[in-house]
Design a protein around this ligand. Structure first.
Ligand code: GLU
Length: 573
């Protein structure tokens, strides 16, 4: 277990705008698992988590802090998210006792064509190429989402919430193990772009752990937004440069697309597990509905009768994933464009019928999607994006009881790999989350949002919030969040154990499953005897951040998979 560092946060150490009186009154705990009575931030980036804690300590609420964390993440993890992308934020407003989803998912520009990801012969363009194309760039929603959240729920001016990110960009962030590894892994993509290569491969050498990443252009961009508001992007010079770069890369985005961009405030989707209520993100993310269906299927199968570390438990989890992903891939898309069969999705009779397809003795395969009324006929072939995105997620809680979880992304690490020259942020490639094939619920259309897997989620018991949870990881988000919730809600595992337990991910039964290195060989052998097949090498499944609400205390737990941190604050008596 990693050490927990408890100390008093000082603004000088963080180089943030000074309100030292507020900071001096707060005791701050930073570590992989910490408590705090007056606020909590959990993130894979310690810089971003600390920025959020500073905002909370200075009297900001959870949404103020979340917006500041979102900007800071775009600087500290510039390849994973940023103002060139989008995402989903779920907010629990304690006074109103209401949950709102702020949906800043990227949209396709008006010029987008249903067959734009197909070659002349009808085959999809190879993913390695598709991810770099100008037509893969969606109209970014990140800034509009942050501003919508702040305007509806926040208490601080946008400029104040951007200020810490400007400081981080200007003075530099120390390159973490996570950032260094991702630069090495994506060296080829970064080397292909002169602006990205100058920043991340200085002197043709990938940044390594302990280096200082200074981003003066990004600092200027953020300063412009702090001065002129988000119009500096949607109606101003940043947007003009963005559109010009997309066009130079072969895309058809125009300023009118930026002008037309709309955030939506969505109703969450809700499900139950035992006496817990799970409140989560609605389409165009598939994340919430798919997590809920997996958990409903599992509840019917009563996994609690098998030990939590048994092969049968993993078998049930994988089969529930196969069934739920089959429905996800067949039916889900942007609800502004397709009818989502919401009524039947969690209908007990339907769930019973689907659960009955699971054989305890065999990995029955294939498992087609079910028949749901009120929806178009399912796609003949289900498919997921070929890439392995792994972006970022954070959770925030404040002293009043407001809660926020958000996942933000530019899709693949470093998005298209194109860093906007002079402005220092990456162009997303989120439109690769569309099916490349026309005629499907998740096919490309102008102004449409590609199906996401993000699942920022809240859990309530007896009407009171008990958990705030989420993960990055593309479709693996769904497997990660569902498994941690199962560990918590069914098995009653303690929070740290619930997150640390090895996870599996298997969306399609005919494909090899992903597994984590701590999964025992015995369990893998037993699962193989049931007919499951595993990838040769282990790899992580998501990076789950959790806040547990325990009486008057928040307990923040960061996932050891990314060495994230929780920062808790408690007012000195
Ligand atoms: N494009 C992915 C999605 O929307 C990104 C999510 C992530 O990797 O965190 O599902």
């Amino acid at each position: 277990m990693r050490a927990i560092i408890v100390h008093t946060l000082t603004f000088a150490a963080l180089a943030l705008p000074a309100t030292p009186a507020a900071a001096a009154e707060m005791a701050t705990a930073i570590g992989p698992i910490v408590g705090g009575k007056d606020g909590m931030v959990v993130s894979s980036s310690s810089e971003a988590a600390r920025v959020g804690a500073e905002v909370l300590a200075a009297g900001g609420n959870a949404v103020d802090a979340a917006v500041a964390v979102q900007f800071a993440l775009g600087v500290a993890e510039p390849g994973f998210s940023g103002i060139g992308g989008g995402g989903f934020m779920i907010v629990y407003d304690v006074d109103a006792d209401e949950v709102t989803v702020i949906d800043s998912r990227e949209r396709a520009p008006a010029s987008a064509k249903p067959k734009m990801f197909l070659k002349k012969n009808g085959e999809p363009i190879a993913f390695a190429k598709r991810r770099t194309l100008g037509v893969a760039v969606g109209v970014p929603g990140a800034l509009a989402g942050a501003e919508a959240a702040r305007a509806k729920f926040g208490t601080r001016p946008l400029a104040e919430l951007i200020a810490p990110a400007i400081e981080l960009a200007e003075h530099g962030v120390i390159v973490s193990q996570l950032l260094a590894a991702s630069v090495r892994e994506h060296e080829e993509v970064l080397a292909a772009n002169p602006a990205a290569s100058a920043l991340f491969l200085p002197g043709d050498q990938p940044l390594s752990i302990g280096d200082l990443l200074v981003q003066p252009e990004l600092a200027d961009t953020l300063r412009l937004i702090a001065e002129d508001g988000i119009d500096a992007f949607y109606h101003g010079p940043i947007g003009q440069a963005f559109v010009a770069e997309v066009q130079a890369a072969g895309g058809g985005m125009k300023m009118s697309d930026l002008d037309n961009y709309q955030v939506t405030l969505d109703e969450p989707v809700r499900g139950e597990y035992g006496d817990y209520e799970i409140v989560t993100t609605a389409p165009p993310s598939s994340g919430g509905l798919t997590v809920l269906q997996i958990l409903d299927l599992l509840e019917v199968l009563d996994p609690g009768q098998y030990p939590f570390d048994s092969s049968l438990r993993y078998h049930l989890v994988m089969k529930a994933m196969h069934l739920a992903f089959a429905d996800r891939n067949a039916y889900l898309g942007d609800p502004e464009f397709v009818d989502i069969p919401l009524d039947d999705w969690l209908d007990p009779k339907y769930i019973q019928k689907r659960a009955a397809l699971i054989d305890l003795k065999e990995n029955t395969c294939p498992l087609p999607s079910g028949e749901l009324s009120g929806a178009p006929a399912p796609a003949a072939t289900a498919e997921l994006s070929n890439g392995h995105p792994q972006t970022t997620h954070a959770n925030v809680a404040d002293r009043w009881g407001n809660l926020v979880a958000f996942t933000v992304s530019i899709e693949q690490h470093y998005g298209t790999g194109r860093l906007l020259p002079g402005y220092g942020f990456f162009l997303n490639n989120e439109l690769t989350d569309f099916s490349p094939f026309p005629g499907r619920p998740n096919s490309v259309a102008p102004d449409k949002r590609p199906l996401s897997s993000m699942a920022p989620t809240l859990v309530f018991q007896g009407g009171e919030p008990v958990y705030v949870i989420g993960s990055p990881g593309g479709p693996r988000i769904i497997g990660a969040v569902a498994q941690v919730l199962l560990n918590l809600l069914e098995y009653g595992l303690d929070r740290e154990h619930a997150i640390a337990m090895p996870r599996v991910y298997s969306a399609v039964c005919s494909e090899k499953a992903r597994w984590e290195s701590d999964l025992s060989l015995t369990i893998r052998d037993e699962l193989e005897e049931l007919g499951h097949r595993f990838l040769d090498e282990p790899a992580e499944v998501g990076d789950v951040g959790l806040i547990a609400i325990e009486g008057d205390t928040y307990v923040g737990v960061a996932d050891p998979r990314r060495d994230g941190v929780a920062v808790g604050i408690t007012r000195a008596e």
